[in-house]
Design a protein around this ligand. Structure first.
Ligand code: ACO
Length: 328
């Protein structure tokens, strides 16, 4: 029989260093006014030279584990969603396992950019539902500043670093009601970051272009995709679980751009009072954005027992993902 799955706790960690729009004015030809009007972002957090994605993930995970009062031995699955692993292998999840001494877990990473946390939640939910594990630690963690092209004003103003986590467990009541996941590889190169390049990357290519392994984005095209796919992904998942947008108590979208969020909320007829927004503080932290927002929403008392919470993300791949959670 399928097990019920719920969110036991959430956690987050963001680096202390704040990079404001005024700081960016000194780095590229931009202004606080432009960034605020076009994106809603006022500042973002940036890792120092010695902090890695794993460090961020470990701190967010520890925060979630402490809140749940769960012991390291009781975690039996670790999934990290990230596009900024510090190594190709071992996975960030295995590095987290080592740091937190999660010796009974199996651990792996997934790559689905800003949709990554919901993809990871979906994987963990299915493992728990079929009885393969009981307590999964799901983390979204990014040190995007390491792959940001700091000379490209059209992208460097958007991103930030941080990590969020959730512990998913089997429970008496059904908390996680359903998922909608999708991807469109055809349009993947609207937004990318090279690892080895499309063909062999020679040393001279990288030497000639220090931004070769940095984020590239066709912002306008990604914007058009985002404003269409967010409402689509929400409508699809609501249909699957037999709810409508008027049933949503709290809406937590990927924190990329306030204009994208407002457009999606309007199309879905969800009033902005039900929408959680924190992008002014952190910018777009890719896979970390949704779990950081979820944790803050819980901490601020925005989510109450019995509430229906919808999470939705879109991003590189292209990918999209949504889920409906009943807060039990
Ligand atoms: N400061 C000042 N001017 C700028 C800046 C800047 N930082 N960036 C671009 N401009 C200029 C452009 O050069 C352009 O000037 P021009 O008219 O003289 O040519 C003008 O501003 C308008 O540029 P647009 O690109 O048309 O601006 P737009 O309103 O589309 O906003 C933005 C750009 C914010 C990037 C928007 O397209 C966007 O949010 N796209 C979606 C990005 C996103 O959400 N990505 C998420 C996925 S991330 C992931 O998966 C890791």
């Amino acid at each position: 029989m399928a097990q019920n799955v719920k969110i036991l706790s959430t956690g987050r960690y963001v680096p202390d260093r704040v990079l404001t729009n005024y700081d960016l004015e000194k780095m590229v030809d931009t202004s606080d006014e432009w960034i605020t009007q076009r994106t809603g972002i006022k500042e973002r957090r940036i890792v120092d030279g010695t902090t890695s994605t794993t460090d961020l993930a470990v701190r967010a995970a520890k925060n979630a584990m402490d809140k749940a009062g769960i012991l390291p031995d009781d975690i039996d699955l670790v999934i990290v969603a990230t596009v900024t692993p510090e190594m190709f292998f071992p996975s960030t999840a295995c590095l987290v396992q080592k740091e937190l001494k999660l010796k009974n877990a199996f651990a792996f990473d997934i790559s689905a950019a800003c949709s990554g946390f919901i993809y990871a939640m979906a994987i963990a939910t299915h493992f728990i539902q079929n009885g393969f594990c009981k307590n999964a630690l799901v983390i979204g963690a990014e040190a995007l500043s390491r792959i940001t092209n700091w000379s490209d004003r059209s992208t460097c103003v958007l991103f930030g670093d941080g990590a969020g986590a959730a512990i998913l467990s089997s429970g008496d009541e059904q908390g996680i009601l359903g998922f909608e996941l999708g991807s469109d590889g055809e349009n993947g190169l609207l937004l990318y970051c090279h690892a080895f390049g499309l063909s062999d990357v020679t040393y001279s290519q990288v030497k000639e272009n220090p931004n070769f392994r940095k984020i590239y984005m066709e912002g306008n095209e990604v914007y058009k995709f985002a404003v269409k796919i967010m409402p689509y992904a929400v409508e699809k998942v609501l249909e699957k679980v037999g709810l409508s947008s008027s049933d949503i108590d709290v809406f937590i979208p990927h924190q990329a751009n306030i204009r994208i969020i407002e457009s999606a909320a309007k199309r879905l007829k969800i009033p902005m009072e039900k929408v959680f927004v924190n992008l002014h503080k952190y910018g777009n932290t890719s896979a970390a954005s949704i779990p950081i927002a979820l944790d803050e929403a819980v901490e601020e008392g925005r989510i109450k027992k019995g509430d229906k919470v919808v999470l939705v993300g879109f991003g590189g791949g292209l990918t999209w993902a949504s889920t409906v959670i009943k807060w039990v």
